[in-house]
Design a protein around this ligand. Structure first.
Ligand SMILES: Cc1cc2nc3c(=O)[nH]c(=O)nc-3n(C[C@H](O)[C@H](O)[C@H](O)COP(=O)(O)OP(=O)(O)OC[C@H]3O[C@@H](n4cnc5c(N)ncnc54)[C@H](O)[C@@H]3O)c2cc1C
Length: 311
């Protein structure tokens, strides 16, 4: 176990402080062992997947950070796979397509692990990981058990592991069921999604979309330039509101709102985690004043943010 390890190189935003304790787990049994020890010691646990949805505080992350390199994959040949949570989300697409499965085309371009994808029910193009999850091997409440997918309480970019209903739990592996389908169609669909992403995503360090999209039918009806299908469903992309509020390019220190995609907060020049969060708070405040809605972060804040007074 290491002490005071900087998390900056491990998160895609390239910002933030150090982990009080840091260990690496190379398979699900090691991950379970570290989780059980941490729970017995009463240490807060942060699992580090690919760090693409996480902002560690400049003041550090108390407890233990477990870097998850558990990446085993097993196919039963009958539509069901078990995969460890350190496996890459887009690598899982490639692996399953090679075996004749379909369904995960949307995951191409999401730079995270299965564990991180579960916590935020990550997805794109109207599909999410929750559609395919059937069982989870978890360490929770000082014991290891296999639970059904309902345990996760999946919602849009949400689960019980985000809401605080379940704390300090670690997901070791999951069983997924996937439909079968032709390889070529899967690659073609994935290639098209990737093309769309490249045109929208900025190259600077980010954590992808910073805020969740808003669902508000009455607000949607007041937004004349919102595309018809979104207006009908009352779905308003957070980036649409941020751009309309004139915040593209808004900057504090090395952190800025993306010019290409307004829902990306970028580390354009050695930003601190505090600068990134200050930009996020400014955006939230501006959108609340202009539209009366409170944007909710998709990115998760890790560690001690108590010095940072959020109004
Ligand atoms: C350029 C870019 C594009 C993106 N596009 C999308 C997109 O289209 N759709 C989308 O949904 N997201 C997107 N994201 C966000 C991110 O990639 C996903 O949320 C991803 O699934 C997070 O996985 P991770 O391994 O990086 O999670 P991390 O950032 O490592 O962790 C995220 C959270 O999950 C917890 N966690 C991780 N593993 C476990 C585990 N095994 N058990 C318990 N808790 C765990 C962590 O402690 C942390 O709280 C994008 C990010 C970037 C940088």
């Amino acid at each position: 176990m290491l002490r005071n390890v900087s998390l900056k190189p491990y998160v895609t935003l390239r910002a933030g402080g150090s982990a009080e304790r840091f260990v690496t787990a190379r398979d699900r049994d090691e991950l379970a062992m570290h989780a059980l020890i941490a729970q017995a010691e009463g240490w807060p646990i942060s699992v580090l997947g690919w760090g693409s949805n996480m902002l560690p505080s400049d003041d550090g992350v108390p407890g233990i950070v477990i870097r998850n390199l558990a990446r085993t994959f097993q196919d039963d040949g009958a539509g069901s796979v078990w995969v460890e949570t350190g496996f890459g989300y887009q690598d899982l697409f490639l692996k399953t397509v090679q075996l004749g499965y379909r369904g995960l085309e949307f995951a191409v371009g999401i730079p995270g692990s299965i564990g991180g994808a579960l916590v935020s029910n990550a997805g794109a193009y109207r599909s999410n990981i929750s559609e395919f999850v059937r069982e989870l091997d978890v360490v929770w409440n000082d014991k290891r058990e296999v639970v059904g997918a309902d345990w996760m309480g999946f919602k849009y970019r949400d689960s019980v592991l985000r809401t605080g209903e379940v704390t300090n739990a670690v997901v070791l592996a999951i069983r997924m069921e996937l439909p079968r389908g032709p390889r070529k169609a899967a690659y073609d669909e994935a290639r098209e999604y990737q093309r769309q992403r490249i045109s929208k995503q900025p190259p600077s360090p980010s954590a992808g979309s910073f805020f969740k999209n808003v669902t508000d039918l009455s607000l949607a009806n007041t937004l004349e330039d919102l595309p018809g299908p979104l207006k009908e469903k009352g779905i308003i992309p957070a980036g649409f509101l941020i751009e309309r509020a004139g915040l593209k390019g808004f900057r504090i220190g090395g952190a800025a709102v993306g010019k290409r995609h307004a829902n990306f907060i970028l580390n354009i020049n050695g930003a601190t985690a505090t600068e990134i969060r200050l930009v996020a708070e400014h955006v939230k405040h501006a959108i609340r004043s202009k539209y009366g809605v409170l944007l909710e972060e998709e990115v998760l804040f890790a560690g001690d943010w108590s010095r940072f007074n959020v109004n």
